[in-house]
Design a protein around this ligand. Structure first.
Ligand code: PEP
Length: 254
């Protein structure tokens, strides 16, 4: 059986607790307070809004985590703390964190391991920059990011991990990858996962596409065999558009 799709909203630095609460109530109401049969829906708000989400029918996600359990690490949040707030998923290695906050492949690896230890599912983000694509280096770049992120990582179940292919040039730019560009990269990611975890597990790990996904372009992307869902930034802030993406995916057979 094919795995469930994932539709994940990355709110970035948007929506404080009050707005998050009202969005989540609206979302749950539209979902009839129940999960969608073939789609896992995730909302990843800022840390301060995690406990404001009323998550009926969707999962709570975090946007980042620190790898130590506790200690003198001012400003950081541990995986155990996220777990206590109900987080089931956590994004790691988002290109904005790599770009603005000095995230490295090594810290992505530490974070991934800390999440798994605390039974939170990492959504590991990988993706090349525009100049790397122009130089034909995109597959090497992504293979390397993925193998570094998953160094020494063990999973028991394909649901324990998701990977998001997010070409940096597509994030927040309106320049969505073509379905074929995304599919080709997802195929590369799948092959890397097969080498790492074996065919049975790797075949069921969800690989999401992210980068300027909207309600108009989702159909073409999700048509592709290797695209198991979407990580959505800007458009996930708009409930109607987010619901429309969920609807178009949920109508597909799984
Ligand atoms: C993201 O930041 O993960 C993302 C995909 O953003 P956007 O959908 O706005 O391009």
């Amino acid at each position: 059986m094919k795995p469930k799709y994932i539709v994940a909203g990355n709110w970035k630095l948007n929506k404080g607790p009050a707005e998050a609460r009202s969005f989540s109530e609206g979302l749950s109401k539209h979902l009839g307070n129940a999960p969608v049969k073939n789609v896992d829906i995730i909302i990843a708000p800022p840390f301060v809004s995690l406990s404001a989400l009323k998550a009926d029918g969707f999962f709570i996600g975090a946007q980042d985590v620190y790898w130590e359990d506790k200690g003198a690490f001012t400003g950081e949040v541990s995986a155990a703390m996220l777990k206590e707030l109900g987080a089931a998923y956590c994004i790691v290695g988002h290109s904005e964190r790599r770009m603005y906050f000095h995230e490295t492949d090594r810290t992505v690896n530490l974070k991934t391991a800390a999440l798994l230890k605390n039974r939170i599912r990492p959504i590991v983000c990988v993706g090349e920059r525009s100049e790397e694509r122009k130089a034909g280096q995109m597959y090497n770049v992504v293979r390397f990011q993925l193998s570094a992120a998953l160094f020494d990582v063990q999973i028991e179940n394909p649901d324990d991990l998701a990977v998001a292919y997010e070409p940096v040039w597509a994030i927040g730019t309106g320049n969505v990858a073509t379905p074929q560009q995304a599919e080709d990269m997802h195929e590369i990611i799948r092959q890397s996962l097969e080498k790492r975890f074996g065919i049975d597990i790797a075949g069921k790990i969800r690989i999401l596409y992210g980068g300027s996904v909207n309600d108009a372009n989702i159909a073409g992307l999700i048509d592709k065999e290797q695209i198991n869902g979407a990580l959505i930034g800007g458009v996930s802030l708009d409930l109607d558009k987010f619901l429309s993406i969920i609807n178009s995916i949920s109508q597909r057979e799984r």
